[in-house]
Design a protein around this ligand. Structure first.
Ligand code: 4NP
Length: 151
């Protein structure tokens, strides 16, 4: 089974959304993938996703409240076939940790390599809908491309 790891900085805002969207999508399409997410930092280990990510996911019939944050590990380097970063700094951090062939989520969908904005410092809920929309489009395109053997 192909395994995909979505990574951001804290593993509480963006990558939990990517993780949840991917799980929902593969279930809908009856595909066999293993999906997980992690952060490059240790700052929020063990925490549930941030309230606004839980809220925007719920508005899209997606429950991500049972996820909890963890940090990337050396074992992940062997385990996962695809590792996907949320922004360019994030990609550099993941590569410096030892991962090879890290994908940038914004290279998929229609965003021409844009970073998924870090919503942790947004003021309130505004902005989370845009982040959700970007993530959902890019994650689905990413999985579709794997299925079509285009990556
Ligand atoms: P994430 O967002 O990388 O999308 O989970 C962040 C969460 C926490 C922090 C930064 C970004 N932080 O500085 O604690």
């Amino acid at each position: 089974m192909q395994k995909i790891l979505f990574v951001c900085l804290g593993n509480i805002c963006r990558s939990p959304l990517a993780h949840g969207v991917a799980q929902q999508y593969i279930k809908e399409l009856n595909l066999a993938f293993e999906i997980d997410s992690a952060g490059t930092s240790t700052w929020h280990t063990g925490e549930a996703p941030c309230d606004n990510s839980i809220k925007v996911a719920a508005q899209h019939q997606l429950d991500i409240s049972k996820q909890y944050a963890r940090t990337i590990t050396k074992d992940d380097i062997q385990k996962f076939d695809y590792v996907v970063a949320m922004d360019k700094q994030n990609k550099v951090d993941i590569e410096n940790f030892g991962f090879k062939n890290v994908y940038l989520l914004g290279d998929f969908g229609m965003y021409e390599g844009a970073d998924i904005p870090d919503p942790y410092f947004f003021n309130g809920f505004e902005g989370f809908e845009k982040v959700y929309t970007m993530i959902a489009l890019c994650v689905k395109d990413f999985i579709q491309r794997i299925e079509d053997r285009r990556i």
